[in-house]
Design a protein around this ligand. Structure first.
Ligand SMILES: [Zn+2]
Ligand SMILES: [Zn+2]
Length: 328
């Protein structure tokens, strides 16, 4: 537990970091309540009212009362301020997806390559620097909210749930890992620029990867956070064309010691696959440094539902159109 000067958010997380801490939380509650009893005879009703209001506000900080997604009251104390209904409503991707990039495809676009992988129109035409990119679910609804709680609201316990979801995506790569050779697969979270990491206090991809490996417990996978780093901050990708996004990312990442990844298999982990530009650039840099294979696993995947717009399009125009849709 961090010492001294805890902010409210930190306090909440610190208090609920283990069952032992939950006991400490209840003790803290007693300690807060006690002054109103001990000093009852020495303070006026106004002071007592102030004390009880303070106690109530401290209590509400220690025990968040509403689900941070649906705002319904939380009935059980939990480190994660999200109700069971909201968690139960989050489902893995159920539709047919491209087995290279995980973009949704309609059955009319089903096309398997020589290795039997179903490919979307873009992956039919372009080779990616990664073997496959897998994702747990679509980046919308409760899953999107959960990612935001971690990333923008600093609710770190969300990383545990997101990590378990990531494991469900990683499982589909098990046979590929087995064929990658006897050496361990490096699990590399997409790094943040150091200033951004300092400002946020953590790298969400690292927390998710770390939580996933605690559940997955594979001898084959090894977390490696000191291999890939971000040289500079990148501008927001919103509104950029695919060409501009690639330019924005170019030169943003580097490998610290290329000899470490030469001939090795890598599993790149990110929270969200939006347009794929970030993981594509990371994979490119890792491959250029000698990585034998790069796979990608993300918790969520932005789905453009591109295929439904391409129903009546001749095959030669599909990839161009899809690129435009993805860039939009
Ligand atoms: Zn809820
Ligand atoms: Zn694809």
């Amino acid at each position: 537990m961090a010492r001294g000067g805890l902010r409210c958010g930190q306090l909440k997380e610190a208090v609920f970091s283990s069952s032992e801490d939950r006991i400490r939380a209840s003790q803290a509650n007693v300690a807060v309540a006690r002054p109103s009893i001990v000093f009852a005879n020495r303070f006026s009703w106004l002071d007592q009212s102030l004390i009880s209001r303070t106690a109530a506000s401290v209590f509400s900080v220690l025990f968040p009362s509403n689900c941070r997604i649906c705002s319904e009251p939380l009935l059980n104390i939990s480190r994660l301020p999200v109700c069971p209904s909201c968690l139960d409503a989050i489902h893995p991707e159920a539709g047919k997806v491209c087995e290279v990039c995980s973009e949704r495809v309609l059955s009319s676009f089903a096309f398997s390559d020589d290795n039997g992988l179903l490919r979307c129109p873009v992956c039919r035409r372009f080779e990616r620097p990664f073997e496959r990119s897998v994702a747990y679910g679509s980046y919308d609804g409760g899953l999107r909210e959960l990612v935001h709680l971690l990333k923008f609201n600093g609710v770190r316990p969300a990383a545990g749930v997101l990590g378990r979801m990531l494991v469900e995506a990683i499982v589909s790569l098990e046979s590929a890992f087995a064929q990658s050779g006897p050496e361990k697969v490096f699990v590399i979270p997409v790094p943040l620029f150091k200033d951004k990491r300092r400002g946020r206090g953590f790298n969400q991809s690292e927390l998710i990867a770390s939580a996933a490996l605690k559940v997955y417990r594979s001898e084959r996978l090894q977390l490696a956070t000191d291999i890939l780093y971000r040289i500079r901050e990148t501008h927001s990708q919103i509104g950029l064309t695919s060409h501009q996004r690639r330019e924005n990312m170019r030169g943003a990442f580097a490998v610290s010691r290329p000899a470490q990844v030469t001939g090795r298999a890598v599993l790149l982990v990110d929270d969200v696959y939006t347009t794929g530009t970030t993981v594509t650039e990371c994979a490119r840099v890792l491959r250029r440094s000698g990585a034998a294979q790069v796979w990608v696993a993300t918790v969520a995947r932005t789905q453009k539902h591109a295929s439904k717009y391409l129903a009546n399009m001749p095959p030669e125009a599909e990839a161009d159109a899809m690129e435009r849709i993805i860039a939009s």
